[in-house]
Design a protein around this ligand. Structure first.
Ligand SMILES: C[S@@+](CC[C@H](N)C(=O)[O-])C[C@H]1O[C@@H](n2cnc3c(N)ncnc32)[C@H](O)[C@@H]1O
Length: 396
């Protein structure tokens, strides 16, 4: 594929904002693509995919090119060399030598943290916590993320939406493990589709779609989604409950709940009430009120690096230690909202036992009125984002 100056410049501008200004990659790309409505689908794909790829392979590219952390043109040149992409005769690429880059790449292929392009500490932690399986999971985390939709069963069904998409040449595939998922064959801006505006689907990774069913909700129940954020799982729970019963969606961030309400309206969800958590009182008022409680807690996000590759360069061990404390506090304090005989699901998008099964084991030791019913991992090597979920039951 030929490089064009304007789209290449857009990649450079995106990298400058992601690494220079430390902005989130998804937000940066979304904004840059919005700024130029004349770009066609191919240009947009080039900008988004190239930027994500350079973010993903940042350490490796710096090593093989070689160049400094803010030498974005060189990073792009290195990326071209490694992807058999022709290098135009531009002054920005002067001094780059394809053969030398490929030679260096061969040299570093045996050093996993460089070849798989992750910080030293992350490789050490992955090895320590996951042992043998870390190698394959890490490789899977470096693949490109697919765009997955969850069909909104309150408004349509998989068959109908599949048929509608095929009529407008939106190619999607199915996966029998995830009955409500449609997987896009090619990345595209699905938010522009009329079917999105009508609330017929949400963008939600397939792994994430396993969590709401794991809570075993039924129509008519009172369900508390205590770390609801912008409501990805709340909307799924509402669909599973056929809009019957009540969902109380809580979060410490009011703006996320505002977004949740907008999404709920679009999705035709009518059984959700939001509550901002201002203090422990908000939780205490709900003591023993939930038939079901979902704790989709903040985490390192190590299971979703495929989707958020910039997190590799922003995460730190200090942050993870803090988040582990927060997870245990949430689990301990918020479990009081489960009524006797009710169930609670603790979930993360991390792969690490310290954030997952070890947290649940500690909780069970300190809270003997709960017992473990089921635990489940979704690994990135299975093809989608990585998740962990555990369901515990409160004694009746
Ligand atoms: C993994 S995200 C939730 C994603 C959401 N469930 C979804 O499906 O889209 C974790 C959420 O926990 C919230 N959070 C952070 N600290 C919290 C606390 N102490 N109590 C409740 N929620 C908290 C964050 O604001 C964030 O929205």
């Amino acid at each position: 594929m030929k490089l064009y100056k304007n789209t290449t410049q857009a990649v450079i501008d995106s990298l400058t904002q992601i690494f220079g200004d430390k902005k989130y990659a998804d937000k940066v790309i979304e904004k840059i693509l919005k700024q130029n409505s004349k770009w066609g689908a191919r240009d947009r794909r080039f900008i988004a995919e190239t930027t994500y790829d350079i973010v993903r392979w940042y350490r490796l590219l710096m090593e093989v090119t070689p160049c400094g952390p803010h030498d974005y043109w060189k990073l792009l040149g290195g990326w071209c060399a490694m992807n058999e992409q022709e290098l135009p005769d531009w002054v920005e690429f002067e001094g780059l030598n394809r053969k030398a880059i490929l030679r260096k790449w061969e040299e570093v292929k045996t050093v996993r943290k460089i070849a798989e392009s992750i910080p030293d500490w992350m490789d050490e932690q992955g090895e320590k916590e996951l042992g043998r399986i870390w190698h394959d999971e890490l490789k899977a985390l470096n693949e490109e993320a697919r765009v997955v939709l969850r069909v909104n069963s309150l408004k349509t069904n998989v068959k109908k939406l599949y048929r509608e998409f095929s009529e407008v040449e939106v190619e999607v595939t199915l996966d029998e493990r995830y009955p409500e998922a449609l997987i896009l064959a090619q990345r595209q801006n699905v938010f522009k589709l009329p079917q999105f505006k009508e609330g017929l689907f949400e963008v939600q990774d397939a792994g994430s779609q396993a969590i709401a069913p794991f809570l075993q909700v039924e129509p008519g129940m009172r369900v508390i989604d205590a770390c609801a954020g912008a409501g990805g799982k709340t909307l799924h729970l509402a669909a599973l409950m056929q809009n019957k019963g009540r969902i109380i969606s809580m979060d410490t961030e009011e703006w996320k709940l505002t977004e949740l309400k907008l999404r709920a309206r679009r999705a035709g969800v009518g059984n959700v009430e939001t509550r901002v958590i201002e203090s422990t009182k908000t939780i205490k008022r709900m003591e023993k009120m939930g038939d079901r409680v979902l704790l989709d807690v903040p985490c390192s996000g190590l299971g979703v690096l495929r989707r958020n590759p910039d997190a590799k360069w922003k995460l730190s061990t200090e942050f993870i230690e803090k988040v582990i404390d927060l997870q245990q506090n949430i689990l301990h304090d918020y479990s009081m909202m489960v009524k006797p005989g009710g169930k609670l699901v603790y979930s993360t998008c991390s792969l690490m036992p310290t954030e997952n099964e070890k947290q649940v084991a500690k909780f069970l030791t300190n809270n003997p009125d709960f017992t473990l019913e089921e635990e489940k991992h979704i690994w990135p090597s299975e093809g989608f984002d990585g998740f962990y979920m555990a369901r515990v039951v409160r004694k009746a």
